[in-house]
Design a protein around this ligand. Structure first.
Ligand code: NAP
Length: 254
């Protein structure tokens, strides 16, 4: 029986790359994100690779949306073996004392923390019932070290690490693995979203250095979920060779 991987935020970036590499590795897929047009493109490529794909609109901030998505995926496949909690975002780089509106903070917390918790609580019982499971959470190096202008994004990723550790403790004795994949700089739409569509500002983030790609991270996720069931890769920190820490980046002159 083919294993089924559910991926949140599969319409682009790391989620899309993971979906396509898992399709290549022989997995069936449950793909969710808010942008249905982009999601349908990913689903089509994955189907062409031989995967059975369930896809639907998913907003992890919304309980009804998340519940419907998981219920329908369960109905389609009968089981969910892997959950990749990938949906997430950073918004802005405003310092705490200079922030005049709390909307960005709330959106990051609702997506990166509440969304991840919600998807996990809906899917893990299916894994327990099924006797097999692997939860892969997208953390970040921002969850290991905070930086100015990143307080809330960093807090959500420190939170992801706390949740991953707690979940691993809670699932001791069950055949369910928990992996936190914690990348440094990956060039996706991440910075475009952070800077509200300002592509020039987003490009400057990676100027003169070689960032990781979405495919580099997908490669690591596929490696983690294809280990033997008794092997749990706990926390994987991965940075570009040009990045030694948050804000510590080697840039070449033009
Ligand atoms: P991305 O290209 O912007 O992709 C983010 C994905 O999340 C999109 O598919 C987006 O799809 C989805 N998403 C956002 N809000 C959502 C919501 N409320 N419900 C469902 N899906 C939602 O960024 P990425 O780099 O691939 O980021 C993926 C994950 O990696 C995030 O958790 C991020 O924090 C983490 N990460 C990224 C980096 C980096 O440098 N890029 C580094 C460390 C960790 P829709 O807009 O269609 O919903």
């Amino acid at each position: 029986m083919k294993k089924v991987a559910m991926i949140t935020g599969a319409s682009g970036g790391i989620g899309k790359a993971t979906a396509l590499q898992l399709a290549d590795a022989g997995f069936d897929l449950a793909l969710g994100a808010r942008n249905l047009e982009k999601l349908a493109e990913v689903a089509k490529i994955a189907r062409d690779k031989g995967a059975d794909v369930y896809m639907n609109a998913l907003d992890v901030r919304n309980l009804e949306s998340a519940t419907q998505f998981v219920d329908e995926a369960k109905e389609h496949f009968g089981h969910i073996d892997i959950l990749v909690n990938n949906a997430g975002l950073a918004l802005g780089t405003t310092k705490i004392a200079e922030q005049t509106d709390e909307t960005e903070w709330q959106t990051m917390i609702d997506t990166n923390v509440m969304g991840l918790l919600r998807m996990t609580r809906l899917v893990v019982p299916l894994m327990i019932e099924n006797g097999y499971g692997h939860v892969v959470n997208l953390g970040s190096t921002a969850g290991h070290d905070a930086y100015a202008g990143g307080s809330v994004y960093c807090a959500t990723k420190f939170g992801e690490r706390a949740i991953s550790t707690a979940l691993r403790h809670e699932l001791l004795g069950y055949p369910i693995r928990v992996t936190s994949v914690d990348p440094g700089m990956v060039e996706t739409d991440f910075s475009v979203v952070r800077y509200q569509g300002d592509k020039q500002k987003a490009e400057q983030v990676y100027e003169g250095m070689i960032p990781l790609t979405a495919e580099d991270i997908a490669d690591i996720i596929v490696f983690a979920v294809t280990r033997k069931p008794h092997v749990d890769l706990d926390t994987i920190i991965v940075r570009p060779t040009d990045q030694a820490g948050n804000g510590l980046v080697h840039r070449r002159q033009k």
